[in-house]
Write a new protein. Structure first.
Length: 550
């Protein structure tokens, strides 16, 4: 339950601190006095998004802080999973800075808005007129049945399996699409792959082939030059080798006279050794150079094959062709592996389908079992609220589709009067009837829900007199097991509360501010009398107010 609320610099509120009690609390005030501001501030600590328009003074930060007593609601696991300090009296604080930035804290630990919203789900239900409209929506109707049937664990299991089912379905669909595309191109891809594979390509091969082709195409020229070089080197009388040897022999005669001559001699000796080696290499090259027309044709054909493949695949290098070959190989091979993977996914999908069907059937069965109890309870409560002939027809229809909450589709029909046909709630129920039906639903759910607090924001719209009196009694009965707030304009409901707060506006200097006050017994009599007769309170209104309170 919410124990206290502190508000600073929010809308028309400069500073407000208020304590709340358990049981049934009433909040009243004239239209525009600030009741919506109070709910807006509370919405901030429950995770609603904020903006700078919330600040009364744009130069100061806004702070809203609420204290909740949570010892009875088994929330330790939530705090552990969100890495928060658990306190039986938990404080939630929200700050809006003049810069527009917002911060949130739970027991002084920073949290994000999603965590705040998740926590608020376990703390409080603010029922607005908008939520009354949700009564005609299928999702909300399912929530009613599932709360009564205690289906939450089953729904959690179902949604976990459904998520896996959807993931597997998407993977299977994508894989089948890819396989279909690959199968269409399989023969062509295989042809391209075999063509590249048979070319037996190697990195750097083209450059090597071009060099060989150049050499073989110029064999005679190369051979002629090699023979000239060897002739110049080995000629008996004037050959380079003979002259170099003689040069070495003459220089050797001077080596005994100076180390400089010795050094030059050694250099000439090295030169002679190197030159002798060059001649041997030239001899070897000369012996290996010969005209080979067949080899030349073979190299020419391989080069042309590579050129054709480069043009065909629009690339410039052999390395790129090898990369294309690797990719084509993976496509050709992947067809078989994809077929195996599809088989495995289909088995997983079949298993998930079986699990979903089993859990969905359990959910559907438990819903069907509580429908008679729900319709009986609704008619009993609505009879007290002046709708003795109200009837409901709730039917579950099974579908083949997997919805987020099972495989059921719901027909939720209503008839308000004898002799009238059943129809959809939103089409045949008036605003006052919708309010009473929603109160009946909330009162029934309070028996099954572990929610600590509920706030009814003008749920009495469209009703008056004895019906309002009965609505007040129902809310008071609900307050025996939970904390209940009612924001109301009806004195019959206001008189049923254990405590009564009034929202009002005052002018302070040049500013208008909203305030919230806990009324004493006498103040409460006057407030209810004003609700009955207006500002000019008559004796009869005062007596009527006292009678209502008694």
């Amino acid at each position: 339950m919410i124990q206290s609320l502190s508000i600073e610099n929010f809308a028309l509120i400069e500073k407000l601190n208020i304590d709340f009690s358990n049981g049934f609390s009433i909040i009243t005030g004239e239209t525009g006095a600030g009741k919506s501001i109070l709910l807006g501030a509370l919405g901030l600590v429950l995770g609603r998004r904020a903006d700078l328009t919330s600040l009364k003074n744009k130069d100061e930060k806004c702070i809203v802080e609420a204290t909740f007593s949570i010892s009875k609601y088994n929330l330790q696991s939530f705090f552990e999973s969100n890495d928060l300090d658990y306190e039986e009296e938990t404080i939630i604080r929200r700050e809006i800075l003049p810069s527009g930035k917002s911060r949130a804290f739970v027991n002084d630990s920073p949290v994000n808005l999603q965590q705040l919203q998740d926590l608020s789900f376990y703390l409080i239900d603010i029922h607005s007129q908008h939520q009354t409209l949700e009564l005609s929506e299928e999702d909300f109707q399912f929530k009613i049945l599932d709360s009564m049937a205690n289906n939450q664990d089953l729904l959690n299991q179902y949604q976990t399996v459904l998520k896996n089912y959807q993931t597997v379905t998407a993977s299977l669909r994508n894989l089948k699409s890819t396989l279909s595309d690959n199968l269409k191109e399989k023969d062509y891809n295989e042809f391209l792959y075999q063509e590249l594979k048979s070319a037996d390509l190697k990195e750097g091969e083209l450059e090597d082939l071009e060099q060989q082709y150049k050499s073989l195409s110029n064999v005679e020229f190369i051979k002629e030059n090699l023979d000239k070089l060897l002739g110049m080197s080995n000629e008996d009388e004037f050959g380079l080798l003979k002259n170099l040897k003689e040069f070495k022999a003459i220089l050797q005669k001077n080596t005994s006279f100076s180390t400089d001559y010795q050094a030059l001699y050694e250099r000439v000796n090295s030169l002679l050794i190197e030159f002798d080696d060059i001649i041997r290499e030239l001899n070897k090259e000369s012996e290996s150079v010969y005209n080979d027309p067949e080899k030349l044709v073979e190299i020419s054909q391989k080069m042309q094959l590579i050129y054709n493949l480069q043009k065909k695949h629009n690339v410039l290098t052999v390395e790129e062709l090898i990369a294309i070959q690797t990719e084509l190989e993976s496509r050709v091979v992947s067809v078989a592996s994809m077929e195996d993977e599809i088989t495995a996914l289909e088995e997983s999908l079949q298993e998930a389908t079986l699990q979903l069907d089993t859990i969905a059937l359990q959910i559907s069965k438990s819903r069907s079992e509580v429908i008679p109890h729900l319709t009986q309870k609704l008619t009993d409560v609505l009879s007290l609220l002046g709708m003795p002939n109200a009837r409901f027809k709730i039917e579950i229809q099974h579908s083949s589709s997997y919805h987020p909450n099972g495989k059921d589709e719901l027909v939720f029909l209503f008839s308000a009067n004898k002799g009238t046909d059943f129809g959809l709630l939103k089409k045949i129920a008036s605003g006052g009837e919708m309010s009473r039906i929603m109160l009946a639903v909330k009162s029934i759910l309070s028996e099954y829900s572990k929610l600590p607090t509920i706030i009814f924001d003008e749920i009495d719209t469209g009703v008056s007199g004895e019906i309002a009196n009965k609505m007040g009694e129902i809310m008071r009965d609900m307050s025996r097991t939970m904390q209940v707030f009612a924001i109301t304009h009806l004195p019959q409901i206001a008189a049923k509360g254990n405590t009564h707060y009034k929202v009002f506006k005052t002018v302070v200097g040049e500013n208008t501010v909203s305030e919230l006050k806990l009324l004493s017994t006498e103040e409460r009599i006057i407030e209810i009398a004003e609700m009955l007769s207006g500002k000019d309170i008559s004796d009869s209104a005062l007596n009527h107010a006292k009678a209502l309170l008694n």
